[in-house]
Design a protein around this ligand. Structure first.
Ligand code: FAD
Ligand code: GLY
Length: 389
């Protein structure tokens, strides 16, 4: 195991997709001394459990600030993927086939027609397909499909390859990646960041980015100067873990070429013949078990998309904990009351999608002190300033 540096310019807590994207963006801006601290292996949590869909349009009901953030990030992906391939030789398998969203009953059709209306009026790429046209594109979908929307620009990546590529890119750029190392607390002196207490000793730093996913609310601060009460949690949090279970089938030869959604499930075909099906949305604390009920409900909803899934071999299942804030939106940027403290948390269902833009925005905030007005909806200050544990 590498020696942990005793001092660093910027420390990032969490080696998921968000921490790694922020580290790479900082290195690209010329920050020489970046340390990512991960208590497990890189991508061990939600980022490795995800389906990798980059689908801002498929789920959006209006063009709010969150939609613009998601769409902006999706549109960064072609260059992001090409750069990662060139830097590391790792192909993150950005697919360009698009996403189909199926209407399987009258309620679904109403919901999809509303989505089609606002998106087509807003000039976004969306197509309304009859059941016959949908079945021409995806012959395996259910006979019961009434209509479908096609979102040609909503795509997917192989999120586990994305983690590998980000790790390799960071290593090439001299970022220090410390795995199997826990952050126990963040230390402050005179109201500003002074370092981190870790399982492998103290690291002095004046800038910390919190990217600890669903565990971000568990981080504590110790403040020599007494600005924070003893044993307080860090400010602006309230992150809750939301469990999502996932099934992985063997589908070789592939039965789908698009990511296919219904309002109750999604299926994601991977190049190596795996077919992922998800997911659940469960408020069960830090429990990552796969349950019989979870498997049953995903299986039933996936078979509604395509009864053919019923005869595929189930290869694997897993669960991950999505990091959710009280309003469901991410927390991005500097926390004004504590100099040197930055947040990149709460990406909930869209952390893979939002990784490139989060990297850019947080690097701007750390390096230039810039937080664009368009980020107000995601400011840390919208939550209570200090939560005493
Ligand atoms: P994580 O990946 O959870 O990383 C946080 C890291 O911090 C962890 O590795 C953890 O070990 C580490 N950590 C925590 N505390 C400490 C500490 N004290 N010291 C050191 N390290 C610490 N998003 C999409 O965009 N598209 C999808 O299709 C998609 N599908 C999903 C499907 C499922 C089933 C799930 C569960 C999620 C899905 N998501 C999807 C959401 C996405 O996975 C998350 O939003 C994203 O991974 C969050 O990334 P993160 O880096 O913030 O968190
Ligand atoms: N974005 C897919 C999920 O969170 O399940």
């Amino acid at each position: 195991m590498d020696k942990l540096p005793r001092t660093t310019e910027v420390a990032i807590i969490g080696g998921g997709v968000i921490g790694l994207a922020v580290a790479r963006a900082l290195a690209l801006r010329g920050v020489r001394d970046v340390l990512v601290i991960e208590r497990d292996r890189l991508g061990a949590e939600s980022s490795g459990a995800a389906a990798g869909m980059l689908a801002p349009q498929a789920e959006a009901d209006s063009a709010d600030e969150f939609f613009h953030l998601c769409r902006g990030s999706r549109d960064l992906y072609p260059v992001f993927a090409a750069e990662l391939l060139e830097e590391t030789g790792i192909d993150i398998q950005l697919e360009t086939t698009g996403t189909l969203y199926l209407g399987l009953n009258e309620e679904d059709v109403k919901e999809l027609d509303l989505r089609y209306d606002w998106q087509s009026k807003a000039g976004l790429s969306v197509e309304r397909l009859s059941s016959e046209s949908a079945r021409k594109l995806e012959p395996s979908i259910s006979e019961s499909v009434l209509m479908a929307l096609r979102f040609p620009l909503d795509t997917q990546v192989e999120n586990r390859r994305l983690i590998e590529a980000l790790a390799a890119s960071n290593q090439n750029r001299g970022v220090h990646l410390a795995t199997d190392t826990s952050v126990n607390s963040v230390t402050l002196a005179r109201g500003r960041i002074s370092g981190l207490e870790t399982s492998r000793g103290f690291v002095a730093t004046e800038r910390i980015v919190i990217a600890a996913g669903a565990w971000s609310s568990l981080l504590t601060a110790s403040d020599e100067s007494g600005v924070l009460p003893p044993d307080s949690a860090l400010p602006a949090l309230g992150i809750e873990p939301v469990r999502g279970q996932m099934l992985c089938f063997d589908s070789n030869p592939a039965i789908f070429s698009h990511v296919v959604y219904s309002p109750r499930a999604y299926v994601v075909p991977r190049r190596d013949g795996r077919l992922l099906a998800g997911s659940t949305t469960e408020h069960v604390g830090f429990d990552k078990q796969v349950t019989a009920e979870g498997v049953g409900s995903i299986h039933a909803a996936a078979m509604e998309i395509s009864p053919g899934i019923g005869s595929l071999a189930l290869k694997e299942s897993w669960a991950g904990l999505r990091p959710r804030t009280p309003d469901g939106l991410p927390v991005l940027g500097a926390y004004a009351e504590i100099e040197g403290l930055f947040y990149a948390i709460g990406h909930y269902r869209n952390g893979i999608l939002l990784a490139p833009i989060t990297g850019e925005l947080i690097a701007d905030a750390v390096v230039d002190g810039a937080t664009p007005g368009s980020l107000n909806a995601f400011a840390p200050e919208r939550f209570a300033p200090v939560c005493v544990r």
